[in-house]
Design a protein around this ligand. Structure first.
Ligand code: PLP
Length: 416
């Protein structure tokens, strides 16, 4: 509802009274008419949601400059992108896009190519301005005020923001690390189906956010468990966020799983396809769910450059495979080297992985001194951990040197 109309009395003044008293609330100061209510009362006057923006990785140029650090000298291990960056063909395609006409409002050419790639009908695919836009839209069209939306935790912060924007309740099933002998920490975050299913049965959420592999833990939800949830809870829409599925060897869903009618898959083209600056993502669902999303999204939500670059990178499978290879090898080499320095490292099915450092803010500071930006995971509710994502091999060596310096400074701190 528009906050200027109707009978909402949240601020103790009905909207109609507000219209009448608006003149009285204005005061004259130094010849200017000032609306004092406009300046002081906006929080009380409109039902703005109480929101804390999600924390994200990536380079914050202002923050670095304020610390006297040149952002250009920093290697970013904190965000999870392709070490190879955008393909030259994507740059050429974006540069050639038509700027002075509206783009196709549903990105139909790109959607058709994506549908063919996934073996689904074009009506089952919806393109978005990054998958973050689609997360917001899904929450908006699915949730009613006071509905519950359930997420595995720790996980991507935008699920909470999207849920709260829809005025719904955000609930979490927190997963704890379990024993895993294949990692130096001896632990990994593991999906626990019994706990998750019990929470769904208790809370009856209209929406479940499932990130697999999960950001930041790298844990996967086994496809059989996902299918059990889809069948056991047909009134819940499950959003499977596959932003980081590139390193998985098998598929997490099939057309038959989509046919169950309560699964929506999210993909991002900003990570391993290297289009973060252009913003591009998409949803795949059965035709009914996809249609609802398509009707709700803004027209022209994917700009002409992103549509052109998206189509171009779909012809870059070799480059994508190279990026996957770099990430897999980089993850394994980094994990081994950092573990050898004495830091407990966690297993991950994605390129990024978690490292226990004790004081993540201090670790981030030390690593920044070595030109490496890492992700402090405190905002995920992991006050002892940082997350890193591999880059090129020579850049990864710089990260290992940074961790060696961190180990040294921790030893010095312990003995001083
Ligand atoms: C799990 C997950 N999903 C979605 C996104 C958003 O991706 P996009 O850039 O496509 O909006 C991110 C970005 O960090 C993410 O970590």
């Amino acid at each position: 509802m528009n906050g200027m109309q109707g009978d909402d009395t949240r601020d103790g003044v009905s909207r109609d009274m507000y219209a009448e008293t608006r003149g009285a609330a204005s005061s004259r100061t130094g010849g200017e008419t000032r609306d004092t209510r406009r300046e002081t009362g906006s929080r009380a006057r409109w039902p703005f949601p109480e929101l804390a923006p999600a924390v994200h990785g990536g380079v914050d140029e202002g923050e670095l400059r304020s610390q006297g650090i040149d952002p250009a000298a920093i290697v970013d291990f904190s965000s999870n992108q392709s070490p190879l960056g955008a393909a030259p063909s994507a740059r050429t395609a974006a540069a050639g896009a038509v700027l002075d006409a509206y783009p196709d409002r549903n990105a139909e050419g790109l959607v058709a190519a994506l549908a063919e790639r996934h073996g689904v009908a074009a009506e089952q695919v919806v393109a978005g301005n990054g998958s973050t836009e689609l997360i917001r839209l899904i929450a908006q069209i699915t949730l009613l005020p006071d509905d519950a939306a359930l997420s595995l935790a720790p996980s991507f912060g935008e699920y909470q923001v999207g849920t709260r924007l829809a005025r719904a309740r955000f609930e979490e099933v927190r997963l704890e690390p379990a024993a895993d002998v294949s990692t130096s920490s001896g632990r990994s975050f593991v999906y626990d189906h019994e706990r998750f299913a019990a929470a769904i049965a208790r809370l009856r959420p209209r929406l479940c956010w499932i990130c697999s592999p999960n950001n930041p833990t790298g844990a996967v939800v086994p496809p059989d468990d996902l299918e059990r949830s889809l069948r056991d809870f047909p009134d819940t829409l499950f959003v499977l966020d596959e932003a980081y599925c590139d390193l998985l060897s098998g598929a997490q869903w099939t057309s038959a799983t989509l046919d169950l009618g309560n699964l929506l898959v999210l993909r991002s083209m900003t990570k391993l396809w290297g289009l973060a600056g252009l913003r591009l993502g998409y949803a795949i669902a059965n035709a009914g769910v996809a249609d609802a999303l398509r009707r709700a999204k803004p027209p022209w939500n994917v700009n002409a450059c992103a549509q052109a670059a998206g189509l171009a990178v779909l012809c870059e499978d070799d480059r994508h495979a190279d990026a996957v290879d770099l990430l897999r090898r980089g993850r394994d080499e980094l994990a081994t080297a950092i573990a050898a320095l004495g830091f407990p490292v966690f297993g991950s099915a994605a390129g990024f992985f978690l490292i226990e450092v004790g004081d993540p803010a201090a670790a981030r500071r030390v690593l920044l001194e070595h030109g490496c930006l890492i992700r402090d995971c405190t905002s995920f509710g992991l006050p002892d951990h940082v997350r890193v994502s591999p880059r090129h091999p020579e850049q990864n060596r710089r990260l290992i040197e940074g961790f060696a310096a961190l180990a040294g400074s921790m030893r010095a701190g312990a003995t001083s």
